[in-house]
Design a protein around this ligand. Structure first.
Ligand code: MF3
Ligand code: CO
Length: 246
């Protein structure tokens, strides 16, 4: 929760760095690059911008960004052994800490020609996230966000991951409240001006179940289906939140 102009400016700046990384990573990804190359680019930009990667060392997470491919949902650990190929669906999650504040956003990139199901999954995930953001209004409730996301996802025959949620953000990467991508209108914490949220649906083309690989981090779909992730950090502000990582 922030109210001072200085805090808002610092939060915008951390989020600008996150956006810069995602934009440059999006232009960089092509068949032949490894997920470690994506991590290296992300770290280079974050550090050149005078920021620190929020995820590096968080609960022992070993990289600067998360890169999750195809059936990987989130928290994929970049590796020199993982080479991107045509047709892949590559989610990149970026956090940057600068001026005392964290920004956090994720985008899923299609590599070259992908199957139609993958394109539909991407579209639905982004639309669900944006409908969730539109529901994040002052005086509303956290449940309004999840309800909007869930309705859009399920209307299209996909499923929302339950085991992972969005979150409050600001001076720490994860703050209260939790922001589930499912829920009921009118339920949960009341939203008010200055509240900072990371809204981040993870959407599976198959069922909602996920499991974690033995690396302790990589979350994959239990049924092997495709997954996509789209995240923005936003600030609640009247009838329309400010999308800080836009
Ligand atoms: N966007 C994710 C989150 O906020 C990324 C966290 S990765 C971790 O939860 F390594 F920091 F855990
Ligand atoms: Co997040």
């Amino acid at each position: 929760m922030i109210t001072s102009g200085n805090d808002v400016a610092a939060m915008r700046e951390a989020c600008r760095v996150v956006r810069k990384v995602l934009t440059e990573v999006g232009a960089f990804i092509e068949p032949g690059v490894t997920t470690a190359d994506i991590d290296a680019l992300g770290r280079r930009i974050i550090s050149a911008e005078g920021a620190v990667p929020s995820f590096l060392g968080y609960n022992g997470y070993p990289a600067g960004v998360c890169v999750s491919v195809n059936n990987e949902v989130v928290h994929g650990i970049p590796s020199t052994d993982r080479t991107i190929k045509e047709g892949d669906l590559v989610s990149v999650d970026v956090g940057a800490f600068k001026g005392g504040f964290h920004g956090d956003a994720a985008e899923t990139f299609p590599v070259g020609r992908v199957i139609p199901l993958a394109l539909k999954l991407l579209e639905v995930t982004i639309r669900a996230r944006d409908l969730g953001i539109a529901a994040a209004v002052s005086g509303g409730h956290v449940g309004d966000i999840g309800a909007a996301v869930q309705q859009e996802v399920e209307r299209n025959g996909f499923s929302v991951v339950r085991q992972l949620v969005g979150h409050g953000i600001g001076r720490r990467l994860h703050e209260k409240p939790q922001v589930p991508n499912y829920g009921s209108i009118g339920r949960g914490m009341r939203l008010s001006d200055g509240l900072l949220l990371a809204i981040e649906p993870m959407v599976n083309s198959g069922d909602a179940f996920v499991k974690t690989l033995s690396d302790g981090w990589t979350v994959i779909t239990a049924d092997g289906s495709l997954s996509a992730h789209a995240e923005h950090t936003v600030m609640i502000r009247g009838r329309e939140p400010e999308i800080l990582t836009a």
